[in-house]
Write a protein that binds this ligand. Sequence first.
Ligand code: ZN
Length: 425
Amino acid sequence: MNCQIVNATIITLNAKNEIIENGEIHIKDGIIQYVGESGPAFAADKMMDANRNVVMPGFVNTHTHITMNLLRSYADDMNLKDWLDKKILPAEDKFNDEISYWGALHALCEMAKNGTVALNDMYFYCNGIARAIEQSGHRAVISRGTVDPDPQTGERTFNDALQIYKKYNNVERIRVYMGPHAQYTASNGLLLKIAQTAKELKTGIHMHISETKREHEQCVREHGKTPIALAESLGLLDVPFLAAHCVYATEGDMELLKEKGAAVLSCPQSNLKLASGIAPILAMMEKGVLVSLGTDGAASNNNLSMWEEMTYASLLQKGTTLNPEAVPAMQALRLATQNGAKALGINSGSLEAGKNADLIIVDTGDIRYIPNYSVVSNIVYAGSDRDVLLTMVGGDILYEDGRVTFADEDEVKERVREIAEKIKT
Ligand SMILES: [Zn+2]
């Protein structure tokens, strides 16, 4: 289908940071053909008037656990160990693929509504998750969290990860990575096996790493290396490596991440809410490390808003470095969009010919956008989820006119309410 968007304020995020007033975009078969002022003749099947609102690349949430939407507000204001052991893990024992599907679909509705076009997920019951993603049309990297508290569980979760890879890699818009949960939940033997398998399959790895002080220091005590240095020594960074959190990354860790081309998935709000700390993402970026943003799961955030993550990412770096120039608005916007696309190897993140049409339209008519000296500043420092008018992935509309196109939102909410009743008891 050919689609033409006209009368748009286009934040291109191209190399020149161009913002085009009264511009238009031509899309053919999901790929952008033209972005500019008035373009060449184009036979559009669908014409969309942006009414001077902003068109920009959609958000890429690079670290989440979408099924955890089922656990939003279930356990808050607790320490990480009790949160996990007393509340989250027992609740997760009640899950299955069907329950996972509804939790995932619920999250994908939330994401479509807040302008998220792609995500990187790690969880279990991935059949339910993949089914929901195939239905929504989001781009996604998924991985089966792999752990070995005992050898049998290690074998079971590893084999399940392989099955999920075989079943869903390159199906629709899904790719499958290996997902060792974390250094403290996976033995060196399992991590080594995962590194070798990822190399053989030519896929990537997604892992929580250096998230808490306790994890970081314990790893140094037991192995004489930081979690990132240990991962590197086991070969995990020899494939595309998605490093979630990195709150305690040292200078040496940052060098390793840069040298190996790994991407950092920073989750500012989750790190604050679980009192893990503040990741030094400005220092990472100064060293040339690719930094992107994620929300983490809804049980530790408690929403999937990339709008909030980019605001926090900017403000926290200013506050911790005492430098008001740290992570300016345009850079914050890139962290939440383009850098995520780069991290996940997706051909989007800017509005330019040849890129996937993964974009959103943002309502800039609200009082919070006026006056409008800098539209990017308004989006980063004053905007919110509620400003999204339309979300498009590969030319397909996932959200428009206040409704998601791939599900009945009322039905999804009702099913999730029913599941929550069962989780409570
Ligand atoms: Zn996580």
